[in-house]
Design a protein. Sequence first.
Length: 252
Amino acid sequence: MRALRDFSTGVGLLGQGFGLVFRSPKLLLIGAVPALLTTVLLIGGLVGLAVWVDDIAAWLTPFADDWNATVRAVTRFAAGFGVIGAFVAVGLLLFTAITLIIGGPFYEHIAETVEDRHLGGVPEAEQVTWLRSAAMGARDGLLLVGLAVLCAIPLFIAGFIPVLGQTVVPVLAVCVNATLLSIELTAIPFTRRGLDLKVRRQVLRRRRAVTLGFAVPAYLLCLVPLAALVVLPAAMAGGTVLAHRLLHDQLR
């Protein structure tokens, strides 16, 4: 099946990204510094949310005030779980966006090193200043977070559907957030060629299975506490390889 083969190809590209940064500890260290700063910020936000999650869940489910205590507790647990899940999903996209803004020059160095040293370079590559890179990263990050929120709302509601909400909905949520993450992780190779967000989305959509094969494990690994310090530099390297091959039609 081609879809399965393409998905495996995407997983392999993420593995290639890990290989590239592990063979060059300097790249791993460069990518970990801004990721560490962002991790501290978001962990602080998650701790604050966990402290207030019961009150937030009660505020979201006023209709359950008069329900049986057990049913009310289960409903509000589901609501609280959904709120934390939405924060983690949006937080991961914010994590990448904020980290790319903070560490713009660092990640540009990773992407440029991977392309120039391992993929033959980019003839007449567009030079992007840190200020312009930060502005584009902030703009694209806000757009993608907006899309994530719009997708999270119906998925949050669908999460209350028995069986479906505990099986199909989590899978859909992972696929949606992984797709958005892949758009961020491939930004620099497209920007170096003067290609905007619209083109990036179109190119990735054409090989959706490859994109998901790369992005789903990257997304899931980033959910592991502190793993993003290693995963993000590797995913940036792998995303650069993915973008390069898609743009040069080197994936069969």
